[in-house]
Write a protein that binds this ligand. Structure first.
Ligand code: CA
Ligand code: CA
Ligand code: CA
Length: 232
């Protein structure tokens, strides 16, 4: 292949790369899938928890997020807290399974409570709200969690978890696991194989040119694009 041919192939590869490159998933793409606001097996001060699900193909790090409500609840997540693709994460008020009703917590928060008479779960990064659930006074039922059964993730779409699905000491819920709802919904089109293919092809082209064809030069030949590969 001539140098011109290599350059054209490289341009095509970079265009493909630009289209399929992984886009980092963000907190606002997560779902709050389940809430136990009113445990019965143990007091609320030990047994409250809620669950997140990551429907994307990329991990999301919750470090730096402020967990709170519209009142005075505030808890800053100070450490790396990854929620992996298509995985659940259980955040709880107490992490001791001998005290919290028998659930395994992935993360324990403080200074955040789930009122039984209506409340909010709000994730903020700095002043910006990233994720929110508002629920009213009928939402919390003693000893029975609510789970997201359909989208969008508004309170009306959270049903009572099926009575057969118990955990630990007998409260109804599925902390850290799928319940009766199916959330195998990938909202981020991340064709990892295609990305690897594009990356490998670019590396091949550059190598084949003996390093003479820099990717920087090729990028200069491309039209400016927005995130996602849409031409400006
Ligand atoms: Ca609260
Ligand atoms: Ca409560
Ligand atoms: Ca669950």
């Amino acid at each position: 292949m001539t140098a011109k041919g290599f350059a054209r192939l490289g341009t095509v590869c970079l265009l493909l790369f630009n289209i399929v490159q992984p886009r980092a998933a963000t907190v606002d793409q997560l779902y709050i899938t389940e809430i136990m606001a009113n445990p019965a097996a143990v007091p609320d001060s030990r047994g409250e928890w809620f669950e997140l699900f990551n429907p994307t193909g990329e991990p999301v790090n919750l470090r730096g997020i402020d967990l709170g409500d519209d009142g005075g609840d505030r808890h800053r997540i100070e450490t790396d807290l990854l929620i992996m693709p298509e995985q659940f994460l259980t955040l709880a008020r107490n992490g001791d399974a001998d005290l919290n009703g028998g659930l395994i917590a992935d993360y324990v928060y403080a200074d955040f409570t789930l009122s039984n008479g209506g409340d909010e779960i709000v994730f903020r990064r700095g002043p910006d709200e990233r994720l929110r659930l508002d629920y009213g006074r009928e939402f919390a039922v003693a000893g029975q969690s609510r789970e997201l059964t359909s989208l969008p993730a508004l309170a009306a779409n959270y049903g009572l978890t099926l009575a057969a699905l118990t955990y630990g000491l007998g409260d109804i819920g599925t902390p850290g696991e799928a319940g009766s709802a199916d959330f195998a919904v990938s909202t981020v089109p991340l064709p990892g194989a295609a990305w690897l293919f594009a990356s490998g092809l670019i590396a091949f082209v550059v190598r084949a040119q003996g390093g003479r064809l820099s990717t920087a030069k090729l990028v200069g030949k491309l039209p400016a694009t927005r995130r996602g590969g849409i031409p400006l």
